[in-house]
Design a protein around this ligand. Structure first.
Ligand code: NOJ
Ligand code: CA
Length: 656
């Protein structure tokens, strides 16, 4: 170390660097105090996150995050716009100020660490970058010590982590001080100063997914999903962690229009012009209501005959895709236990894939393939590429995959779905799918961290409690939590559109109208019309019109009304068009909302159709009472709409 270098470093073991959002309202500070690293966040002079520790524990080495000095720092501003392939907003502005701090340990081995901080008008983000360096080529991260020191009195909404059903839980409210067990992100927080924050991560690759809980110091802290050997990740250098991000807004509704997570991901490396959103029916709900079975037998759902019937329905209903579950070898007996033997290139004897895909082609309907892995990743990976090739041969372009089971089996060991090895598997499947021009709808997925910007063939995911839990385990408030929590991480396959709401086996805790509201309130670029098609064609063709017409991508989205867990109303403009669609949902309480139609174009008479609950509708007693009204609407109009308990509405507003 030179004399000047030594002197410089000594001076810089205490320092503060600030980075402000472009509008100056959010301030993110990096603090170096006696060689230890911290950060703080404020908005409009009010504290969001008080001084919080940064650092990592590494195997066979000193922790990283102490005895550091600043070697160099630089600032940079970015302001650009990009166009999405599909999504809730077509044109997205990416505008931030960035400060990068290069740190080095004062004493030997003088390891290097870089911290990258960004401030946006809608939040902040930072990440650790560990450069390649002589003393370290591979490291084992035993713990990430990132604190998020919110006032522990803050209210928050989340689902528990490390549970057998992965992300499929009800949302609950807790004070931050009560988060003693880990919860998943996005974790939504209302600060004591009144700001709404969604704490999440972006660009999760090659690392355990971040959950959070209180640490011994009483601060909220990262709890990275461990591997079966106890480590959080094994990586080679150079390495960057995912972004730790916070959307910060004054109103809960504004969280829903933030594109911070996508902005923190990279642009795609290819054009992905072959990617295309789609609606689909499925040989699916008939299994849930017990009419058909996944396994072969008398009531086997996935037969050539049923497939052809359903293709006819798709054609008649104007739906382009058909999912068929239970088509392959592996569903016999207790499929959740036996899935280790699933074969993805062998169909059951009563399922002729050639005949079905040919018949589909003649009728303008394509097959959505299905791969239920039951989490047996070793078995799946041994067939993965061949199974994609197999589907390619029949012209299949979409796959719904599934990872039911409480753990994955990877390299013979039981691992969490959201561990580093789980993350790596989902990524391998996704990149290979891109190679074969296959689009994915992943159930029991890794949570979204916005990588669909880089890999737009990742069309949608489940990753929350969906309608498969109806028939007892879903409460009306659930879909009123999703927009402010799970859906901040992107689209979800909620399997909407069940019209047989009073079914004896699977009774929905919704009115029938609410089933079409979901197509607007729950974004997904692959949308299922999940019920058996006779309910669409024969029973409710009038309500089905909405499902047929509703777009799969939006020019922009304007939230109109709502409160976490109570209600959500959003208007969305059709992709590259002037039509608008509005959807609303409410919890167990009936609600009359007044909509201000300020988003419409001046001087235009729009032809509108309102699908709403009748005044006496109710999610328990009177689910089928709905009203459809034609209207002419103009900018500035106020429209009063009633949502029954457990109900909702859908509104189509067409530009002439
Ligand atoms: C769970 C998925 O979420 C569901 O959609 C699917 O039907 C079952 N697994 C069987 O694959
Ligand atoms: Ca599921």
């Amino acid at each position: 170390m030179s004399f000047w270098g030594g002197l410089f470093k000594k001076q810089k073991t205490d320092a503060i660097y600030e980075v402000k959002s472009p509008n100056g309202r959010i301030n993110l500070s990096f603090v170096l105090e006696h060689g230890r690293i911290f950060y703080e966040v404020e908005k409009d002079g009010k504290m969001i996150v008080r001084r919080s520790r940064l650092g990592m524990e590494l195997q066979d080495m000193h922790p990283l995050g102490e005895g550091l000095c600043v070697v160099r720092a630089y600032n940079r501003t970015t302001d650009q716009t990009w166009e999405a392939k599909w999504g809730e907003q077509r044109v997205i502005r990416d505008n931030y100020n960035e400060t990068v701090i290069y740190l080095e340990e004062v004493v030997k081995p003088a390891r290097l660490l870089t911290l990258r901080f960004r401030a946006y008008d809608d939040g902040i983000a930072f990440r650790y970058e560990i450069p390649a360096q002589p003393e370290m080529s591979q490291i084992t991260i035993l713990d990430e010590l990132t604190e998020f020191s919110f006032d522990t009195n803050c209210r928050s909404w989340s689902i528990p982590a490390f549970q057998p059903d992965r992300y499929e839980y009800d949302y609950h409210e807790h004070r931050v001080r009560d988060l003693k067990e880990s919860v998943h992100t996005p974790l939504t927080i209302l600060t004591t100063a009144g700001h709404y924050v969604a704490l999440h991560e972006a660009a999760l690759y090659n690392y355990g997914s971040m959950t959070v809980k209180l640490n011994k110091r009483g601060s909220l802290c990262s709890d990275i999903t461990p591997l079966s050997d106890g480590a959080r990740a094994h990586v080679s250098l150079p390495f960057s962690t995912p972004w730790r991000m916070m959307i910060i807004e004054n109103d809960a509704l504004d969280l829903t229009t933030s594109r911070l997570m996508l902005n923190l991901n990279e642009a795609p490396r290819e054009d992905f012009d072959w990617v295309e959103p789609i609606k689909f029916l499925g040989i699916w709900w008939a299994m849930y209501v017990g009419e058909w079975t996944w396994a072969p037998g008398d009531r086997h759902g996935a037969t050539t005959e049923h497939a052809k019937q359903y293709i006819d329905y798709c054609r008649d209903l104007g739906i382009k895709g058909l999912l068929i579950e239970g088509w392959n070898d592996g569903w016999e007996g207790d499929w959740l236990q036996n899935g280790v033997n699933n074969k993805f290139m062998v169909s059951t004897p009563d399922f002729n894939i050639q005949e079905i895909t040919d018949y589909g082609r003649e009728n303008g309907v394509e097959l959505i393939g299905h791969h239920e892995t039951v989490g047996f990743v070793d078995n799946y990976e041994s067939q993965l590429e061949d199974s994609y090739k197999y589907l390619n041969k029949y012209g299949v372009r979409y796959i719904k995959s599934g990872y039911a089971g409480s753990r994955m089996v990877i390299n013979g060991k039981r691992e969490f779905h959201h561990s580093q090895l789980g993350v790596l598997h989902y990524q391998r499947a996704l990149e290979l799918a891109a190679k074969y021009h296959i689009m994915l709808d992943v159930h029991e997925p890794i949570k979204s961290t916005g990588i669909e910007r880089t890999w737009p063939n990742l069309m949608t995911r489940e990753g929350a409690r969906g309608q498969e839990y109806e028939g007892g385990a879903l409460v009306p408030s659930h879909a009123c939590f999703l927009p402010y929590t799970r859906l901040l991480a992107g689209g979800m396959d909620y399997t909407s559109g069940i019209f047989d709401v009073c079914n004896y086996t699977k009774r929905m805790a919704t009115t029938i109208t609410r089933q079409i509201a979901y197509y607007v309130t729950i974004y997904s670029s692959m949308q299922m019309a999940a019920d058996r098609p006779q309910f669409y064609k024969d029973n409710y063709p009038d309500l089905f019109n909405f499902i047929r017409n509703v777009p799969l991508s939006w020019e922009k989205s304007v939230p109109l009304f709502g409160e976490i867990g109570k209600s959500f109303v959003v208007a969305r403009q059709a992709w590259k068009k002037k039509d608008w669609y509005v959807g609303g949902v409410t919890n167990e309480e009936g609600r009359r909302v007044e909509l201000y139609l300020d988003f419409l174009e001046e001087g235009v008479n729009y032809k509108a159709k309102l699908y709403r609950d009748a005044e006496d509708a109710h999610y328990r007693e009177n689910q089928l009472a709905y009203v459809i009204e034609d209207k002419i609407l103009r900018k500035g109009d106020r429209l009063e709409v009633y949502m029954a308990p457990g109900g909702g509405f859908a509104l189509e507003i067409l530009h002439p």
